[in-house]
Design a protein around this ligand. Structure first.
Ligand SMILES: [Zn+2]
Length: 403
């Protein structure tokens, strides 16, 4: 992801932080100065923020490690000021697996909360009562629960328990992108199939989002209203993703296969590719040796790079064999487009040689896949969930006209 950098790697999964995450510390500092906090108080707040995000990371690992059990890899875990996200390679196939993957995150927070509340410092009857009162004060500031002054460490632990509970509850709200949306979809999928289940989960999520926006505007809680908007559009996006998945699954590589392609040979000058490149249909090429064996691929950037070097006189007559990228994957004409998508989208392959009955029959390149996807999107626009609301209004209008 752009603007994110890696801070650690656990269980082979990179943990990345988006640069905007640092703004939290600037904010804490700014607020602290405004409220003339002491340095040690500000230090506690910073440590608290770090501890909280450690809990968020554990939550994401709850998802990632459960997904791994069901054979789904996680590309990375990214932290930003609005929370964390574990980017799974794909959705688990079985609804029950999706359910477990989704619920694992909030369960981690509940577990953390439970474990922390057994720490001796918090476990006494008195401090339990104190905690409940403090919690009520946070949720319901108008109340006047009596709170005896806790130590900074106690305060810190109280806060951590409370926020883990809040994290779990918030994430279980039945709206995408929250885990609760996924839980709901998974449960509906058991009976309805994933697409229909997603559609219903999206409607519920959007209804929820509309309520959130209305509540936010009514109470002048603009952040809540913004979150509502965010939920609304993320929900629609979820539907598009699942729809795309289904469309891709229903088509094979042979459907977007290009049979005519320029063969480059290792002893060819790279500039030879500029002709087809200029015509705009081919942007990535297969490279063969003199015995007609496929040795690799030559993507557009390498060709342009070489052309620039030649223009500037740095190098002359660069050969395809010098630039060829040997790291390529072959596919079968019968492979589903769904299986190609991660290869091109996440692994960065621009062009894939396609084989049928042991013979090279053509290529699939990223342009072809993108074209196919955007064409499908235009065709499917008619049924997108956005239309649900329009349809709702239209039918009301229709009814009015009929009267
Ligand atoms: Zn989660």
């Amino acid at each position: 992801m752009k603007g994110a950098f890696q801070i650690a790697k656990f269980f082979g999964i990179p943990v990345q932080v988006h640069w905007t995450f640092m703004l939290i510390f600037v904010y804490v500092f700014y607020e602290g100065m405004g409220k003339s906090m002491s340095w040690s108080e500000m230090g506690w707040v910073m440590v608290f923020v770090l501890a909280l995000f450690a809990c968020v990371v554990l939550h994401e690992f709850g998802h990632a490690l459960t997904a791994r059990r069901f054979g789904v890899d996680t590309r990375d875990i990214i932290l930003s000021p609005i929370g964390g996200v574990a980017r799974l390679d794909r959705l688990p196939e079985q609804p029950m697996h999706e359910f477990l993957v989704a619920i694992a995150g909030p369960m981690v927070n509940i577990a953390i909360g439970a474990v922390l509340s057994f720490i001796p410092l918090l476990a006494s009857e008195e401090s339990r009562q104190n905690f409940v009162n403090l919690f009520m004060q946070v949720i319901y500031p108008q109340s006047n629960f009596f709170v005896s002054d806790p130590s900074p460490l106690q305060y810190f632990l109280f806060g951590l328990v409370a926020l883990n509970i809040i994290l779990a509850i918030f994430n279980l709200l039945p709206a995408f992108p929250m885990d609760g949306g996924r839980v709901l979809r998974a449960l509906l999928s058991l009976r309805l199939g994933r697409l229909r289940a997603t559609q219903i989960a999206v409607y519920i999520g959007q209804l929820f989002a509309v309520l959130l926006v209305a509540y936010g505007l009514w109470n002048m809680h603009y952040i809540t209203a913004l979150i509502g908007l965010f939920v609304f559009f993320t929900a629609a996006n979820e539907y598009r993703m699942v729809k795309l998945d289904e469309v891709l699954e229903g088509h094979q590589a042979r459907d977007i296969l290009r049979r005519q392609f320029t063969k480059l040979y290792t002893h060819d000058e790279v500039s030879l590719a500029l002709g087809p490149l200029n015509q705009g249909i081919e942007r990535n090429f297969l490279v063969f040796d003199e015995w007609q064996n496929l040795v690799g691929v030559l993507p557009e950037e390498r060709i342009l790079d070489a052309a620039k070097k030649e223009r500037e006189g740095e190098q002359h007559s660069i050969l395809a064999g010098q630039l060829v990228n040997n790291r390529f994957e072959s596919i079968l004409a019968s492979d589903s487009l769904k299986s190609l998508f991660p290869k091109m989208q996440w692994k960065g392959h621009r062009i894939l040689p396609v084989y049928d009955k042991g013979k090279l029959v053509g290529v699939v390149d990223k342009n072809a896949l993108n074209n196919f996807i955007s064409l499908q999107a235009r065709m499917e626009k008619q049924n997108s969930p956005g239309r649900f609301w329009q349809g709702l209004f239209r039918s009301r209008r229709g009814r009015l006209e009929n009267n």
